[in-house]
Design a protein around this ligand. Structure first.
Ligand code: SF4
Ligand code: SF4
Length: 398
């Protein structure tokens, strides 16, 4: 057997994938993987590959998500669900500090014991791109978030190359998929009832070697088999670019990103902001499911005695009135101004701030918006009438 090393490819069957999961667990990882729960495919603790959603497909569209059982579907033919890596690296709610009062003196409790390192199975190209975006925010913008850093440094990624896209996917437009990369420990391409597994790191090679020692059969992929595996996401990407129906799913979304920053910045007073506001509920769903949104708020929570206080950080959303409250009032009091803030930050000012788009084309904000508001259609509507905006008057959007 060719020993696994970065850049090598090996065939892995389902029993072998289980031995990879077992090897990660023996190394102390908390293993997370996609599973069917509550009518969706979500990320949860994974003990057995039999819990993976083999034979399940997700039909997604604006404001719509349905699971469908298809006995011909593989293990990873679903696409992204409501969860992403964000849920685990930057949890929705966590205690960041605790304080106790004794005899009138407050002391800060030592941080709790280190968490188990995370290993996540089934990560798609769009979510690897979102991870790179969040790395810039939490690690590279002059302030290092220690909790994120501790999880990120020990994260083990088992990526998946997509061979199916949902109607809400537009990763191809954002340059973020459907191929997985560039950073992963292992990457799987499902072919028939086995996986072509590319090794992406020394740690990935060590885990695959440990699975092999435990009995996994690792046949080396031939050059033509590697070519065939590489063609799987490439062919999907070509069909997405051509906006062809992908398998039996309606054609995916697409977004013209040419000059998008300047397009949006010169249309701050476009009537489309008011049109979308007439439908938007300011419910915050789009920001909660977005794998790159990073806003948070902090509150102190005391116990009934008042002698114990936890400082909790929780996700915040720019769709909340309180998000922009200054001097006793919100500076974005209208829904139009809040939607505009969100979309323009994602697709324009994020580029100024982090030198990258804040969108990876995962489509979650389209699927999970209860009224089906669709960023690709809103931006297309602005592009179609670029220059039709009223002169700047401050009308309606503050
Ligand atoms: S803005 Fe929407 S499509 Fe883009 S990354 Fe966020 S949730 Fe995904
Ligand atoms: S765009 Fe949709 S998901 Fe986002 S706040 Fe408005 S109604 Fe909610």
């Amino acid at each position: 057997m060719t020993p696994p090393s970065p850049g090598s490819w090996h065939w892995l069957d389902r029993a072998g994938l289980q031995l990879v999961v077992d090897a990660l667990r023996r190394q102390g990882h908390r293993v997370i993987g996609p599973q069917v729960a509550d009518g969706a495919i979500v990320l949860r603790d994974l003990a057995s590959v039999t819990d993976l959603p083999t034979g399940w497909l997700d039909d997604q569209d604006g404001g719509s998500y349905r699971l469908r059982h298809d006995p011909t579907a593989g293990t990873f033919d679903h696409v992204v669900g409501p969860h992403s890596l964000k849920n685990f690296l930057f949890p929705a709610r966590e205690t960041v500090a605790s304080f106790a009062r004794d005899d009138g003196t407050w002391t800060q409790a030592p941080r709790s014991a280190a968490e188990s390192p995370l290993a996540v199975l089934g990560v798609r190209g769009c979510d690897l791109a979102a991870l790179a975006v969040q790395d810039r925010v939490f690690l590279g913008s002059g302030y290092v978030d220690e909790a994120y850093k501790a999880r990120r440094e020990r994260l083990f990624l088992v990526a998946v190359n997509c061979r199916r896209a949902a109607a809400t996917c537009f990763c191809h437009s954002m340059g973020c998929g459907p191929s997985a990369g560039p950073v992963f420990d292992l990457a799987l391409t499902e072919i028939g009832n086995r996986f072509a597994c590319e090794v992406g790191s020394d740690h990935g090679a060590a885990v695959l070697a440990a699975a092999s020692e435990a009995g996994a059969v690792l046949a080396a992929c031939t050059a033509s088999e590697i070519d065939a595996a590489g063609a799987v996401p490439r062919d999907l990407g070509s069909r997405m670019h051509a906006r062809q129906t992908v398998n039996d799913t309606p054609s995916p979304r697409s977004l013209d990103t040419h000059g998008i920053r300047d397009l949006l910045m010169r249309n701050l007073e476009h009537p489309q902001w008011d049109e979308v506001a007439s439908r938007c509920l300011s419910c915050t769903n789009c920001t909660l499911v977005c794998p790159t949104c990073f806003c948070s708020s902090v509150q102190e929570v005391a116990d009934l005695s008042g002698d114990q206080v936890d400082r909790e950080r929780h996700w915040a959303s720019c769709f909340s009135l309180d998000h922009a409250r200054m001097h006793g009032q919100s500076v974005r009091s209208s829904t139009a101004s809040r939607y505009r803030q969100w979309l323009i930050h994602k697709f324009a000012t994020w580029i100024d701030q982090f030198d990258t788009s804040g969108c990876t084309g995962c489509g979650r904000c389209i699927t999970w918006c209860p009224v089906g508001i669709d960023v690709t259609r809103e931006i297309a509507a602005i592009r179609a009438t670029d220059g039709a905006a009223a002169p700047e008057t401050g009308r309606g959007t503050s």
